[in-house]
Design a protein around this ligand. Structure first.
Ligand SMILES: [Zn+2]
Length: 180
């Protein structure tokens, strides 16, 4: 087994320490199970141990015929989606400009959450406006998020990201229901 796995763009190196359990995949008992690792259904799909959302990793092992289609696509898929878009992994995925697979929805995690996870929130103080503004990152650069900022007389702020698909009623709805 190689000691290093490289992302397709060579910008990220992942130590094989992350794959310390990979030898388990070659275990004869594991190969002979015949049913899904998570449920009694027949194992009939291929699961990436390192989510494909993080790139292609030469030599990385896959779970071939050890997980059923339903667990792979519905249960593990939701976990992969949240991992890839929410939290630090989602932040650095945007920072390094890692693209999702062609057949997946294009989601900017700074504008909306995914798979039950919240959107990325990354803010800085704007000395000109005198309020905190949200930022988004992409390809190693940060810029101010496209958003409406409402400031109450108490100084409390409300941030409403303006997504590509935002409409006037879409802005009015959360404001009138105080849902943000
Ligand atoms: Zn299953």
């Amino acid at each position: 087994m190689n000691n290093n796995y490289r992302a397709a763009d060579d910008s990220i190196r992942i130590s094989s320490a992350l794959l310390a359990g990979a030898d388990l995949l070659d275990n004869e008992y594991m190969k002979g199970l015949g049913h899904c690792l998570y449920c009694p259904s027949p194992a009939n799909s291929m699961e990436h141990v390192l989510p494909a959302a993080f790139g292609e990793f030469a030599g990385a092992p896959n779970l071939e015929n050890r997980v059923c289609d339903e667990c792979n696509n519905k249960r593990l898929g939701v976990l992969d989606e949240q991992l890839a878009r929410c939290g630090p992994e989602g932040f650095f995925r945007k920072w390094y400009g890692i693209q999702g697979r062609a057949h997946h929805d294009k989601v900017n995690p700074f504008y909306r959450g995914s798979a039950g996870g919240r959107r990325q929130e990354f803010s800085a103080w704007d000395p000109v406006w005198g309020v905190e503004v949200n930022l988004e990152v992409e390809n190693g650069h940060a810029r101010q998020l496209r958003e409406l900022i409402f400031v109450e007389s108490s100084g409390k702020t409300h941030h409403l990201p303006i997504r590509e698909d935002t409409t006037a009623p879409g802005i009015q709805r959360p404001w009138s229901s105080q849902a943000f």
